[in-house]
Write a protein that binds this ligand. Structure first.
Ligand SMILES: Cc1cc2nc3c(=O)[nH]c(=O)nc-3n(C[C@H](O)[C@H](O)[C@H](O)COP(=O)(O)O)c2cc1C
Length: 359
């Protein structure tokens, strides 16, 4: 027996067959522009860089991956390649932009056309002071007209769908009317996809980290929005950490976006991916082997091993040997002449500790 959350927020039990039908039904909605958004990995500054995304792709072949947020100004001043270069294997990949000037955002979107991003996403959820002083991120939730203008300007020049990521509100914004008004206005720009971090951002007095934990999560508010606007596609984000919890929420949404749990316990992506897309479950040891080959190529191109392995420390989280794996990679990858083979050595230790036969 499985449990899902009904539209009223209560848990109800359903049979395995009904459960699979519910999971599969979200597929129909999410593929309208050729992109399956049932599972995505959230944009995370300093975390979801290209090495991290390559690793996540090995675990979840169909998930939609996101870049870290890049400001439109950074692209226009420093050139797109510094922020947008990536491996073709990372596709489908969404670029997340930050900004609030429609013309500058449109210019940035035009500048990244050749990188073939699956979608371009506007950040209206980040609460940091640096972001607020540039007048973008979560503070834009108070300016839905401007957000709609930005999205329309981006869509005008974009070959990829334009989407938005936001919170359910900021500060003392009315939890019902405020979000409805924001979404209705923003949807006037023609966008169809909203990634919703289901907690408010409190713009005064909390650090960005606290703003990811302290304002309470409200999945029912997010679900009510999805029910009120069935013409839009709403993806739930915030506090999703386990398969069971995600399967319970999925029927109320078009998909889920996973942030910290994907980074700290990356094998969750493999498990979700196998169930949602009906594909073979990735094998940790094989993933480690592929990362050895990737690391060799990247080091040849000038990367440092530690900058690749730092994203992999959680690969064996919850398994025997997890601490050894973390320590071995953490210490050895920093050595001046560190060889990528240390990844295989650490994975071999864990594989054997978990009775996985290794040739
Ligand atoms: C280290 C870190 C960096 C983040 N950077 C971004 C960012 O660049 N853009 C963004 O929209 N959200 C950013 N976030 C927020 C996440 O995308 C996500 O909305 C948030 O962590 C809630 O999801 P979770 O509970 O699954 O982690 C960041 C989160 C973390 C932990």
């Amino acid at each position: 027996m499985r449990y899902i959350r009904s539209i009223t927020g209560n848990f109800v039990s359903i049979s395995e067959i009904e459960f699979m039908a519910k999971l599969t039904s979200s597929k129909v909605n999410t593929q309208i522009d050729g992109i399956d958004r049932r599972l995505s990995v959230a944009p995370m500054m300093d975390w979801t860089d290209r090495h991290c995304r390559y690793f996540h792709r090995l675990l979840a072949p169909q998930a939609l991956l996101f870049t870290e947020m890049v400001t439109a100004e950074a692209i226009l001043h420093a050139g797109a390649d510094r922020f947008c270069a990536h491996d073709v294997a990372e596709a489908p990949l969404a670029l997340q932009l930050g900004g609030s000037d429609p013309k500058r955002l449109a210019a940035a979107v035009a500048a990244v056309r050749s990188y073939e991003f699956a979608e371009i996403n506007l950040n209206v959820g980040c609460p940091s002071d640096r972001v607020q002083s540039g007048k973008f991120g979560a503070c834009l939730m108070a300016e839905p007209e401007l957000v709609a203008e930005c999205l329309a300007a981006m869509a005008d020049v974009s070959i990829a769908p334009v989407t938005v990521k936001c919170r359910i509100g900021i500060d003392d914004m009315d939890p019902i009317l405020g979000l409805d008004r924001f979404v209705d206005k923003v949807a006037d720009s023609g966008i169809k996809h909203i990634y919703l971090h289901a907690r408010k951002a409190w713009l005064k007095g909390l650090s960005p980290k606290e703003n990811r934990d302290i304002p309470p999560l409200d999945y029912d508010r997010a679900a009510a929005l999805a029910q009120r606007r069935p013409d839009l596609h709403i993806y739930l984000n915030g506090g999703l950490v386990s398969c069971e919890q995600i399967y319970a929420e999925l029927p109320r949404f078009d998909g889920v976006m996973i942030g910290r749990a994907a980074y700290k316990t990356p094998y969750l992506l493999a498990e979700l991916s196998a169930e949602l897309f009906d594909t073979p479950l990735a094998d940790r040891y094989e993933v480690a082997g592929k990362m050895v080959a990737y690391a060799h190529a990247q080091i040849h191109a000038g990367a440092r091993l530690h900058n690749i392995t730092r994203h992999m420390l959680g690969l064996y989280a919850g398994q025997k040997g997890a601490r050894v794996f973390r320590r071995h990679l953490g210490e050895q990858a920093r050595q001046p002449d560190a060889d990528p083979i240390i990844i295989e050595q650490a994975a071999r230790f864990c594989a054997e500790a978990n009775d996985r036969k290794v040739a």
